[in-house]
Design a protein around this ligand. Sequence first.
Ligand code: FES
Length: 180
Amino acid sequence: MSDTYTFDAKDLKEIEKIIDKYPEKQAAVLPVLWYAQDKFGHTDPSIQKLVARTMDIPEAHIHGVVTFYTQFYEKPKGKHVLDVCTCLSCQVCGGYDILHYLEEKLGIKAGETTSDGQFSLQSVECLGACGYAPMLQVTNDKYVNFLTREKVDQLVEDLKAGKKPAFESITMPQHKNDSE
Ligand code: FES
């Protein structure tokens, strides 16, 4: 099972380049996990094992990092992952209403994926955009702010049509190198 996923020679070269940027290889765990998630779409236990073996770092450490950050997907997700913030500011401004509206609209509960594999829904902690509450993040990328039911409807339609949401506020400087 641990061999289901592998890094090819090009991947190993890229991972080496990432590790070389840091004084200690442990510091490269986050970017290497991003690399793995970009390649495989998630970081499930077999991928955690692969990363641990490739970096020669204990699997428990990799697992600890993956499970600490909701941005890492411990199991395969839908094409679009909607992270609805339900932390304090968003909660006060209707974060749960938005979450429940999306649950109803998509026919799934938070933590689930639609049967067509299009959407996964998650309830997440503060994403650092409290002044724009209630908000959500789309697949570790764009933030969509000041959510209303109408805005959610539009977002879901746009995503289904292959249209990315517009930039609305800070995006966490993660792994994406979008040309936009
Ligand atoms: S409470 Fe939602 S972004 Fe901070």
